[in-house]
Ligand binder design. Sequence first.
Ligand code: UDP
Length: 252
Amino acid sequence: MERIHLLGIPIDALTMEQALVRLRALLTGDAQCHVMTPNSEMLVAAVCDPAFAAVLRSTSLNLPDSAGLLWAARWTGQNLPERVAGVDAMTRFLEQVGEDHGVFLLGADEGIAARAADALRARNPRLRVVGTHAGSPSPADAPSILDRIRAASPSILLVAYGAPAQDLWIHTHLRTLPSVRLAVGVGGTFDFWAGKRHRAPLWLQRLGLEWLWRLVREPRRWRRIFTAVVVFPWMVVRHKKDAESLMQSLRP
Ligand code: UDP
């Protein structure tokens, strides 16, 4: 499987169809797998937080969630075939999951995971949602949350605490949840499934401008969007220049 590297973080160069095949293989395999959907902002966070970077390097699959990653791949002479947004990948993946795999939805505001579960069942009546819980990423709440998940015995665990909290939580606790084969940090995905938030129109997504839609709809996110559309490209350009000057200085 081809992996490229952006700011030192591996990203899987897969199309959406290939990602779905891979997710199904991971679900039916023997290992416990952590899947992440890195976006530009998460790669900036990884530069500043070595513990988060280590988690990103330890996963079974890193799907390119944002259009910025496709630009960064091109800029650095690499290739990502297409954007595989986490919410789209998870929506399509769960449409194909049968009764033999239970799903647990952890995170988001009170009541959202249950509404998201209803929406998923409407799309796939065979889907067995074995539990939903708002919970919290606080370590003090972990023991009771873990008991709840163990009792429900899911094969798929989706965690919506936002990054990096959700992925640090999965990294810390996955081994103590023996039934789980696939654990995915899904950010605001439950909010979209529940109808609390709405995706950008397809034409804006195709132009790589979903961030602009989010800026207009949720202006309080401006710092996060600035990180994604200004800080991330700046870091990628700098990183490439640093690498080039290092290569230059190593020339005989
Ligand atoms: N969230 C949560 N507990 C927390 C912090 C966040 O359940 O302590 C949820 C929040 O309600 C939302 C999700 O985490 O459903 C993260 O949403 P965000 O907009 O950050 O996701 P992204 O932009 O990465 O899709």
